[in-house]
Structure formats: structure tokens, C-alpha cells
Ligand binder design. Sequence first.
Ligand code: ZN
Length: 178
Amino acid sequence: MIVFDLICGAEHRFEGWFASSKDFGSQKRRGLVQCPSCGSPEVRRVPSATRFNRGAQAPKPSAPKPEKAPEMEGKDPFAIAQMLYSRMLDELLTKSEDVGKAFPTEARRIFYEQSPARAIRGQATQEEHDELVDEGIPVARLPVPPGRLNRRSGVAPASPAARKTAGGCSRRGRGSPA
Ligand SMILES: [Zn+2]
């Protein structure tokens, strides 16, 4: 994981988390990096505070060091995981269509190209979920904390591109603890 300080056209500063700087470039090109304040996809990187302080001793390109996010320092791994999960959840909940109990049917229809390709979320029983997995349909089972939806949601990213964004750290196979 790498954290970039980003700024949008309206001068909103925020952080973006990416697998690599290449991943950032790829997501930016596809308009997936958006300002959380105004939704603008016109974002650019700004030097982070930590890099500023290092001044002339910036690391040489030949010896890249993994960067530590200032907000992660001193926090326990569980809190960090929770924070990352919460961000990912926000992303998923705002960028997918809620199809409710029709989730298994709709996920199947999208997979077999009987419905327009898109990211959806909704509910499925364990059995329905397992059937989707058995059919090779990419779905993820996500516990949603109370106050968000107060229930579990399944999310089926519609396209390979969406799947990469949405499913990265949450895809679960059959039999893993839910
Ligand atoms: Zn903005």
C-alpha cells in the first residue's frame, strides 16, 4: 500500500491509497480517483508533509523505500485495517446499485450478459452465495457495520476493471469464515 497526498481542482486535499504509483496512474486515467469532497476526477499529487521535512535527503530513485503513512504510525494494525475497510466500504456503497434480495438473480444475469454490466450489491443467503461462487460468478461477502446498512451485503463487480477496484482485498472463497 502507498499513500498519496492528492488535491483536486477546487483545492480540496485528501489522501489516496494505492497498490503502487503505477496503480494510481492507471486508476487516474480511468477517472476512478475522485475528490471525496466534490467528486471531481481532476486530481493531482502534492508533496506529502513527510517528504517535505526530508528536504534534500529525498530517497534516490534507484533505492526506493516503502513509505509509511503518517496516519498509520502508532496505530494498532486492527485500527488500520478497520479504517481501510471502512474506506473501501464507502467506495462500494456509493458506486454500486442496491438490488436488494434480487442480488443472486441479478448477479447471474449480469454474469451471463442478460443484464447491463454494472456493480451491484444486495442480500444473499449463504446457500445462494455458495451457488454463485460454484458457478464462477465473482461475488464478495462483506460484513457491513450497523449504521451503514445493518445487514450483510454481497457485491458483484460487473466488469474486470470494476472487479479490480472493488474486490481487491475482500474477495472470499467458499468455506472461509464469514
Ligand atoms: Zn474537491
